[in-house]
Design a protein around this ligand. Structure first.
Ligand SMILES: [Zn+2]
Length: 74
């Protein structure tokens, strides 16, 4: 089961498979831990970070879903 890496966040995946869980995690990152304010972010782009101390990454939602590879070795 995949859990959110952000402190204080209780989200965890309910998907049966690892791939689906990571996809849900990516969506959760975009929905709950993205920011779209005060920076020039092109339409359709999001800013996410996988961990509280990470740099913000500006990316597309599709790319954001691939970023889960970074945190796969937990
Ligand atoms: Zn979270």
């Amino acid at each position: 089961m995949k859990r959110c890496s952000h402190p204080g966040c209780s989200w965890q995946s309910i998907a049966p498979s690892g791939d689906a869980a990571l996809e849900q995690f990516a969506e959760h990152l975009v929905e709950s831990h993205s920011k779209t304010v005060d920076v020039d972010i092109p339409e359709g782009m999001v800013q996410i970070r996988l961990h509280e101390d990470d740099e913000w990454v500006t990316t597309t939602f599709e790319e954001a879903q691939k970023l889960h590879d970074w945190s796969q070795d937990e």
